[in-house]
Design a protein around this ligand. Structure first.
Ligand SMILES: N[C@@H](CCC(=O)N[C@@H](CS)C(=O)NCC(=O)O)C(=O)O
Length: 208
């Protein structure tokens, strides 16, 4: 087993919950540093040395910084193969493991961000309902692909829980919280199954 000194910079209710959930699934030691987004700590010069875009999460591993929540989930899973959070690098399943990360990152997340911006984040006078409608259609088209993939199973890859379920599942749980899964029964079940995991719950507790 590799032993790494890991520090995760996080804020509550952010994409930091993805690497945190992965760390909890692995059951390894790590340190947490909270960044207060309301106080704009993410834009402090000291923090910008860790994350040049001033965002969370950021992770420092053995003195080396790393950004992007998806990359962190993948990297962590690869570092601890004995925990079986990802298919082996040379296995055929590895192709789909990558596929689900990139599909969700490129086709789900941008639409979720648009919906979030135009329903909650932007000042009311900058919100555009037609952006929400367009994003909902595109989100729905990709969500169907995941719904079909999960038709006869609980997890994306060979019905074995993996870090791809953490990454995709986090986005689906976000989508569910915005009321976007009402027509997706399988995805709703997927979310409730994932939310029942101990590691998910302890990450949620620690992220508060
Ligand atoms: N693609 C990045 C997105 C990071 C990101 O946008 N983080 C948000 C929270 S979820 C943030 O730090 N927002 C603070 C800000 O915009 O100042 C990732 O997945 O790590």
């Amino acid at each position: 087993m590799s032993a790494h000194a890991i520090t995760l910079y996080y804020a509550a209710f952010t994409r930091a919950s993805r690497p945190m959930w992965t760390l909890e699934e692995l059951g390894i030691n790590y340190a947490l540093k909270k960044i207060d987004l309301k106080l704009k700590e993410q834009k402090n010069p000291e923090y910008l040395k860790i994350h040049p875009l001033g965002l969370v999460p950021a992770m420092v591993v053995d003195g080396q910084t790393m950004i992007e929540s998806g990359a962190m989930c993948m990297w962590l899973a690869d570092q601890y193969p004995e925990k079986k959070l990802c298919p082996e690098i040379t296995s055929p399943e590895r192709a789909h493991y990558y596929q689900w990360y990139f599909l969700s990152c490129n086709h789900l997340e941008p639409e979720l961000v648009k919906i979030f911006l135009h329903t909650k984040k932007l000042p009311e006078n900058e919100r555009n309902p037609s952006e929400i409608e367009k994003a909902k259609v595109l989100f729905g088209q990709s969500a169907v692909v995941f719904e079909n993939a999960l038709k006869d199973k609980s997890y994306l890859i060979q019905n074995i829980f993996s870090a791809a379920d953490i990454f995709v599942g986090s986005q689906m749980i976000w989508a569910e919280s915005m009321g976007l899964l009402s027509e997706f029964k399988i995805l709703t079940q997927y979310c409730s199954h994932l939310k029942g995991r101990k590691a998910y719950q302890s990450a949620q507790q620690k992220a508060k």
